[in-house]
Design a protein around this ligand. Structure first.
Ligand code: CA
Length: 508
């Protein structure tokens, strides 16, 4: 039987299939003897890699999962019955630590080909005319205009990849002065300035909406070159004509852009998971984490998120925060989310369900660590809120919802130019503004939905590849996709969701 150990320092591995007492575990030994299962161990469950005593710490993902309540010999089964959960500290008492490790396994390839946006923005992975909006009311007109632009104008501009209507549900009928309205407003504003739009602004408003242009544009941007108000137009015909005329000028400028060789410091990408299974934390997520470590060590900005999924391992994130500012921000973002859920009496606990336990997840920390595995082991350089642009380089925690669209749209507004997406169950989720790179957790998913995945991390489960080997392939693929030499399945099939900007404030 095969078993996967995530990090060298782990004293348990996870068996990849149902294991019988007496089965040898490939690749592991105890002294001179091969490791043998001492009892039947279900698929996805933990096996002790050495003799352990009552009270010993069980380490997986390099972190403490709990303490043994009995002696367990090498080859024994570790599960929720013999593992006692360590108490997790209160959020208010979290302190910055020194736990992150900088990756030494850096490939020689350290540059990519992107669209430079100057010193203050990451570079673009695609060259897109984004037609944005201040309010959802104009979505129908903008969508129709985009169809016409793509049919009549885009074919003349061969260096422009796409024209996108950035449709979102915000802008009017909302409590614009609510405490938390800054979150969706920041999201819409940052989306207008997304790196893949190359600084070309074409924003359509209605006129009477609550979200006025001066709340999402700088004064020098808010002019007739960039902004069209539909209530100033004479009928539908003039609306379409004027959007097309503005688009033509923007397309001319975008078409003159060329990819240039850029350092990793100019790259900002994100990752999330959705439709997870028992193998997410074994194959796909640690592969993403290792690739993130390589990119972070090279100076890229790599974002991971999903507050509710990491919540029960947040003390391990605090240990990896490099400075007081980031740990204080982590505490405020996590506390805000706790209160946000508590307002509706929603249980924030990710308590393992009976299904989780059956699948081998002993406790809430282990469940959270499966999601946190996407972040690798780098120190956390910065913590930002949903839709906020990060400033530091390296690993960044962007505190977004775990919902695929909530996380996707928030990271998008934070200016990522590619998102890695791991899944065990499969989802056709995609965004039009950036490539989404999908990684499935095991071969059976690849067999079922093969044409929708860009990578199959199932080779880690079967033992055909190690996590570092898989991550090197992913690293190379990431640079190919952002350089435009490789397209993802979501781009190939045009699988696109809307920009569902996160709005925790009331709708009126
Ligand atoms: Ca998600």
């Amino acid at each position: 039987m095969k078993a996967v150990r995530i990090l060298e320092q782990d004293n348990v591995a996870v068996v990849v299939g149902p294991t019988k007492a007496g089965d040898g575990i490939e690749g592991y030994s105890v002294g001179a003897m091969p490791l043998v299962a001492l009892c039947d161990i279900p698929q996805g469950h933990k096996i002790a890699l050495k003799d352990l005593k009552r009270g010993d710490a069980i380490i997986r993902y390099g972190v403490l999962l709990g303490y043994l309540t009995e002696d367990v010999r090498a080859g024994g089964w570790i599960n929720e019955r013999n593992l006692q959960l360590p108490s997790s500290p209160a959020v208010s008492s979290l302190k910055a630590g020194k736990q992150g490790t900088v990756c030494r396994d850096l490939p020689s390839r350290r540059t990519w080909m992107g669209y430079d946006n100057g010193p203050n923005l990451p570079a673009g992975s695609r060259n897109i005319l984004g037609i944005t909006m201040s309010v959802h009311c104009v979505a129908g007109v903008v969508r129709n205009a985009v169809d016409i632009i793509k049919r009549d104008l885009l074919p003349n501009y061969s260096n422009v990849d796409d024209v996108v209507a950035v449709v979102h549900p915000y802008g009017c009928g909302v409590a614009i002065a609510a405490d938390e309205a800054f979150i969706p407003i920041r999201g819409v504003r940052n989306m207008i300035h997304h790196p893949n739009f190359g600084g070309q602004i074409l924003c359509v408003g209605l006129g009477c909406e609550k979200l006025q242009m001066d709340m999402i544009l700088e004064p020098e941007e808010n002019n007739s070159e960039n902004v069209l108000i539909l209530q100033d137009c004479k009928g539908y015909g003039e609306m379409i004509d004027r959007i097309c005329a503005m688009a033509r000028k923007k397309l001319e400028i975008l078409n003159a852009r060329r990819r240039v060789e850029l350092p990793l410091e100019k790259l900002r990408i994100g990752a999330q998971c959705g439709g997870s299974d028992a193998f997410s934390g074994i194959s796909a997520n640690p592969t993403i984490g290792y690739a993130f470590d390589m990119l972070a060590a090279g100076g890229a900005q790599v974002l991971f998120s999903e507050v509710t999924e990491v919540r029960d391992g947040v003390h391990y994130l605090a240990d990896r925060c490099q400075n007081v500012a980031s740990v204080e921000r982590l505490k405020s973002e996590i506390s805000w989310y706790d209160n946000y859920l508590a307002r509706s009496h929603v249980d924030r606990s990710a308590n393992p369900t009976p299904g989780n336990k059956k699948g081998g997840l002993s406790n809430i920390v282990e469940k959270a660590m499966g999601s946190i595995a996407k972040s690798g082991s780098s120190p956390i350089a910065e913590v930002v809120g949903p839709g906020e642009f990060p400033k530091c380089h390296g690993l960044i925690f962007a505190a977004t919802p775990a919902s695929d669209l909530g996380c996707g749209s928030s990271q998008l507004a934070s200016g990522i130019v590619l998102q890695l997406f791991s899944t065990g169950r499969g989802t056709p989720y995609g965004l039009q503004e950036i490539p989404i790179y999908k990684i499935c957790t095991q071969h059976s998913m690849k067999a079922q939905w093969g044409d929708l995945f860009d990578m199959d991390a199932g080779y880690v489960v079967t033992g055909e590849k190690t996590i570092p080997q898989m991550a090197h392939i992913l690293y190379s693929d990431i640079l190919d996709v952002v350089s435009g030499t490789k397209k993802t399945a979501t781009e190939k099939y045009h699988l696109y969701n809307d920009f569902l900007v996160f709005n925790p404030a009331p709708i009126t």
